[in-house]
Design a protein around this ligand. Structure first.
Ligand code: KG4
Ligand code: ZN
Length: 342
């Protein structure tokens, strides 16, 4: 079964052709990083306009690279949430129009769930459920129990910023360009992770929940010191102060994630942990997980499947379609928020 996947939830326009939920025939991703860098984050209105310009060329490229024709596509899968409403509507309208024009079914999938599926589709052999799913993306941070594809129970989540968002905000405080995650990872390699005593976020009565807004404020105070205007002061940080802040911040948030993941896995007696989302691109995180807990199996997305992409949308769409036995109705809505466990 040939599935066309469409992804436009935030600042990547992506299309992909995937066969039988696993074999990626093409995966085209057009990032808008250049557009948003000067603003230090994604500007929704600009993101939407760029999606309008890019959706059709990206679709054409995906079709050409896969060496198939549109007529050969059996199903159109699209991320209908969560994300920026305008951006979602553009991908969804494209999917619906293609569905009508080609007389092929279409199906909406949850972008966050697709991040976990990206890791499942990265494996050659099958996965034994239940697994623990850990989403570490720019917009979401959560731990779920995965009983099978499509069946999840929420164990914990962030009560404020997502982990990727925390990386981006700390990078902005340090005067580093958007997106901050890769910049911080790079600088952290040269720094002393014990130089700044940042504290991990604790949530009262919810020991497995995450909170990253406190550490972000900790970084802000470390940068501005006694001065009220930090923007003028990040420039005055020495290079060694900057790399030490990056290393210390990254160390504390990663230890926090590892500790809570291991605790959740112990409590639920689960041996296999599936991690997904843009922050899993961080090689230091992968290394730390295996150093801290070598008994469990940690599964990571393969190259090109950590950050936003449409292959994970097409792959998950295939399974959703098979489970449901039909596509979605054309009145399917774009949703800025969707729960994973629903
Ligand atoms: O999953 P994703 O592509 O988009 C969302 O669904 O949100 O994740 C993007 C996030 C950004 O916040 C970015 O800074 C972060 O992933 N990220 C990283 C790294 N690469 C991307 N964070 C830490 N280390 C990295 N190497
Ligand atoms: Zn994402």
């Amino acid at each position: 079964m040939l599935v066309l996947g469409i992804e436009s939830t935030c600042d990547e326009t992506a299309c992909s052709i995937v066969e039988d939920g696993k074999e990626i025939l093409s995966s085209v991703i057009s990032s808008q990083i250049d557009l948003h860098t000067e603003y230090g984050g994604v500007v929704p209105e600009l993101a939407c306009r760029r999606h309008v310009d890019l959706l059709i060329p990206v679709l054409q490229e995906a079709i050409e690279k896969a060496e198939v024709s549109l007529k050969e596509i059996d199903l159109i899968a699209v991320a209908h949430g969560p994300g920026l409403i305008g951006a979602l509507l553009l991908g969804l309208s494209t999917a619906k129009s293609l569905s009508l024009a080609l007389n092929k079914p279409f199906i909406g999938v949850n972008h966050v769930e697709a991040h976990l599926y990206a890791t499942l589709m990265s494996r050659n052999e099958g996965i034994r459920f239940p697994c623990l799913g850990v989403v570490l993306s720019g917009g979401h941070t959560a731990i779920v129990r995965m009983d099978e594809i499509g069946q999840y129970q929420l164990i914990s989540q962030t009560v404020d910023d997502a982990i990727g968002e925390a990386f981006d905000k700390v990078a902005k405080i340090l005067g580093l360009p958007y997106p901050g995650g890769p910049q911080i990872e790079k600088l952290a390699k040269e720094g002393n992770s014990l130089a700044y005593p940042f504290k991990p976020g604790r949530v009262k009565k919810q020991p497995l929940d995450f909170s990253f807004s406190g550490i972000k404020t900790g970084v802000l105070y470390a940068v501005k010191g006694q001065n009220s205007d930090y923007s003028a002061h990040h420039c005055q940080l020495s290079y060694s102060e900057k790399v030490d802040i990056c290393a210390s911040f990254q160390h504390v948030v990663f230890q926090d994630i590892i500790q809570k993941t291991v605790l959740a896995a112990n409590e639920s007696g689960i041996d296999t942990v599936v991690l997904g989302g843009g922050v899993t691109n961080n090689r230091t995180l992968r290394k730390l997980f295996s150093e801290n807990d070598s008994h469990r199996t940690y599964l990571w997305p393969s190259e090109g499947l950590s950050l936003d992409n449409a292959a994970m949308i097409a792959g998950l769409g295939y399974h959703k379609y098979l489970a449901k036995g039909c596509g979605d109705a054309l009145d399917l809505e774009a949703l800025t928020r969707i729960s994973l466990a629903g």
